[in-house]
Design a protein around this ligand. Sequence first.
Ligand code: RFL
Ligand code: PHB
Length: 390
Amino acid sequence: MKTQVGIIGGGPSGLLLSQLLDLQGIDNVVLEKHTRDYVLGRIRAGVLEHGFAGLMREARCGKRMDTMGEIHEGFYIAHDGTRDRIDLKGLTGGNSVVVYGQTELTRDLYEGREKMGGKVIHNANDVKPHDMATRAPYLTYHNGTGTVRIDCDYIIGADGFHGISRKSIPRDKIREYERVYPFGWLGVLSNTKPVSPELIYAKHERGFALCSLRSQTLSRYYIQVPLTDTVDDWSDDVFWAELKRRLPKDVAKDLITGPSIEKSIAPLRSFVAEPMRYGNMFLAGDAAHIVPPTGARGLNSAASDVYYLYHAMLDHYRNGDDSGLETYSEKALARVWKGQRFSWWMTTLLHSFPDSNPYDNRLQQTDIEYLLSSEKAMASLAENYVGLPF
Ligand code: RFL
Ligand code: PHB
C-alpha cells in the first residue's frame, strides 16, 4: 500500500489530522491498535478551547459539538469553605470554553472519517515505523493474517504517551523532560444533575476535588487519591462521602449522588519530548507531551500540534514550501511549554502534596489569596485556561 501521510494512532489527534488532510485531498491512512469501542470507552477530557472547536468545524465535524456542547464563561475555585468565580469572559475580553466530552468528539471524528471513506484501520497490531530518517519512510503492521507495509512521504506519531512512535526514535536524538506527581485522580461519571452549572476546582486539606460535567444530566467528578489506591478501594458511597467533605458546605448539600457508570484512576504526570520530529516522522499530541489534567490543557495542546502540522502539510503539498515542516517542532513546543507551565502551576496551587511542610502550605495559601484578590493574576489564569492563540 502507498499513501502520502501514514498516521499512527486513531485518538483525537490522529483522527482530526486525518480528516483535515483528506478534506484537502492529501491521502492518508490511520493505524489504530484498538477497536473503535475501546477508544470510545475511555472517558477523558471535557473542556475545549475555541481554537479546537474551530478546527472541528473546519474538519466538518462540529455540528453535534455546536448543538450539544455548552459554552462556559466562567468556573469556580473553592477553598476554605467558600468559592470564588473566575469570570473567563470578563477577564479575557469575551473568550470562553466549550464543555464537550472527548468521547463525543472522537465519535464525531470517526463519523466524519466514515462519511468520507477515510482509511482508518483498527486492530492494527505491532505497528512499526521504519526508515524515518530517510526520504522513503514506511510503516508495517499485522492485520491478523500477515504483515502489511505502507510506504509514505511522512509518518505522524499520534499514538499517545504509551505509543511506539516516540520510543522508535534513537535515544541520542530525543530529550525527555518529566515530572511525576505523588498522587492520581479518581474519576467518576454518573447520570446525575451536576452540582453546579459551571466547573468547580476545589482545594481542600484532604486533597483536590473537581466537579465537572458532560451535560445537565451527566456529571463528571474527580478527587485526588494516593497512587497506591485502586478503584476497588472506592465504593460509590465512599467516593460521594469524600467528595462532599472536600466541597464547601453550601455546595455539598446540593450534591446529587447516584450509581457510577464509569470509575477510573489516572496518575498525574508532566512530560515533554524534544524535538517533536525525527527525520520524516512528526510527533503530535500525547505522544510528545502530557500534562496533569488540572488546567484542561492536554487535548487542547494536541489540537494545536494538529493545527501546525496540518498547515505545514498544506504548504508542502500545495506550494512546495517546507518551511512549516522545518519549523514545526520549534513552533509547537513554544506553545506546549506554556501549557506545561500552566498545568504545573494549577496542579501545585490546588493539590495537597504529601511531603509539603508548613512553609510550603502557607505559600500555597498565599498563592490562592493573591490570585483571588488580584484582577491581573485572575486575568493571567483566564488567558491560559481559554487557550493562548495558535
Ligand atoms: P490518545 O487519546 O492517547 O490517542 C492515541 C491513540 O493511539 C493508539 N495507539 C496505537 N495505535 C497503533 N499502534 C500503537 N503502537 C499504538 N499505541 C497507542 C491508542 O489506542 C489511542 O487510540 O492521544 P491523542 O490523540 O494525542 O489525544 C490526547 C488526549 O487524549 C489527552 O491529551 C486528553 O485526554 C488529556 N485530558 C484533558 N485534556 C484537555 O484538553 N481537557 C481536559 O479537560 C482533559 N481532561 C485529560 C482529562 C486526560 C485524562 N486522563 C485520563 C489522562 C482528564 C483525564 C482524567
Ligand atoms: C473533565 O470534565 O473531564 C475535566 C474538566 C476539566 C479538567 C479536567 C477534566 O481540568
